[in-house]
Design a protein around this ligand. Structure first.
Ligand code: NAP
Length: 330
């Protein structure tokens, strides 16, 4: 797989554990693209919460050790393997997955997980599309089956998936409510598709949402922290309402009866349960959003590769998201 000659800087994980197991190495062999694969010179890579769960070794999916984390890179095609017709050296691209890991100066990806990055988006924005936008699209359309004219509460709207959900939902004609934990986060949520925003750190914010939506309730809730909010969500829903669980970090007690009178549903979503065809379908809708201009990723905190451990610490324990967290490689 490796050329054995050219070397790069990359993060390597040799054992599962805390952020300190993320080791920066400067003598990692640049990988070589095989059939239907491309080699990308990485300019930026998105940091997703799931990469911290995988690193800690507690996630259902465990990579073989050692490995390099990171799936959402943006950069330039450096080389293509055999049978690759969609891309050539020099093309600007972003990915929804890599084979060798994105926290690195170069990454190999299967060509069906690589997409053209339009000129109007920079590499940082390209690194914010993969997991967040594909997940938000799947949650809204595949899981919740949203229809134009419905209302959606993006419960946790200031981060990667939340802002993506706000932009997509607004573009497709939904009434969008969002929440954030800081004033700056609230402002960004309003600038990115939400009609109204609430602060999920305020004690009485659920009452404020109830007051705003009235008796009829909310049609859909895209939930980023179900272990905290699921019980409250069930009381906010309309008849036939749906809560889509995108994120959850522990158990919660709910009253199942809350689903009965309104015949509401709780639906889990898993991006990686999507088929290849679904990924292509979501990519087509998202490419249209980039062309038209409603898909505009907002970048929050940015870290160099040397500070990756800090990034992992902050994405879980940070004081308030203001967009998508990324690593800068170039
Ligand atoms: P992120 O960028 O770190 O954003 C986290 C979001 O959660 C922020 O908007 C944050 O708001 C919000 N939040 C914090 N406390 C909250 C509360 N009490 N109630 C509601 N929201 C709260 O993370 P992300 O990339 O958007 O991912 C969000 C979650 O979805 C993570 O748990 C991630 O693992 C999960 N996820 C799941 C899938 C899937 O396939 N199921 C795919 C992607 C992501 P403030 O910072 O403003 O307080």
């Amino acid at each position: 797989m490796a050329t054995g000659k050219k070397l790069m800087r990359a993060i390597r994980v040799f054992e599962f554990g805390g952020p300190e197991v993320l080791k920066l190495q400067s003598d990692v062999a640049i990988p070589f693209p095989k059939d239907n694969q491309v080699l990308i010179k990485v300019h930026a890579c998105g940091v997703n919460p799931v990469e911290t769960y995988i690193r800690s070794g507690t996630y259902s999916r465990k990579p073989l050790l050692p490995y390099t984390p990171g799936s959402d890179v943006a950069g330039v095609i450096q080389a293509v393997g055999n049978n690759v017709s969609a891309f050539k050296k020099g093309d600007r691209v972003f990915t929804s997955g890599t084979l060798t890991g994105g926290y690195a100066e170069y990454a190999v990806a299967a060509d069906h997980t690589v997409y053209t990055l339009p000129e109007k988006l920079d590499f940082k924005q390209g690194a914010a599309i993969g997991v967040p936008y594909f997940t938000a699209y799947r949650a809204l359309f595949h899981s919740a089956h949203v229809r134009a004219g419905e209302s959606v509460l993006v419960h946790g709207a200031s981060g990667g998936v939340g802002l993506a959900a706000c932009q997509i939902a607004r573009a497709y004609g939904l009434k969008v409510l969002g929440t954030a934990g800081t004033e700056e986060g609230q402002k960004i949520v309003l600038q990115n598709g939400a009609h109204e925003v609430f602060n999920h750190r305020e004690v009485n914010y659920i009452d404020k949402i109830k007051k705003s939506v009235g008796e009829s309730g909310i049609n859909v809730i895209i939930e980023m922290l179900a272990n905290v909010n699921l019980s409250k969500d069930l009381n906010l829903l309309s008849r036939g309402g749906r809560v889509v669980v995108v994120g959850s970090r522990g158990p919660i007690e709910i009253t199942p009866r809350d689903t009965m009178a309104k015949e509401s549903s709780i639906i889990g979503v898993s991006l990686y349960s999507s088929t290849k065809e679904e990924f292509q379908q979501y990519a087509a809708a998202l490419q249209a959003g980039m062309e038209i201009g409603w898909l505009r990723p907002v970048i929050g905190s940015q870290y160099p590769l040397e500070k990756v451990a800090q990034a992992h610490e902050n994405i879980i324990y940070g004081s308030g998201a203001t967009g998508k967290m990324i690593l800068l490689l170039q």
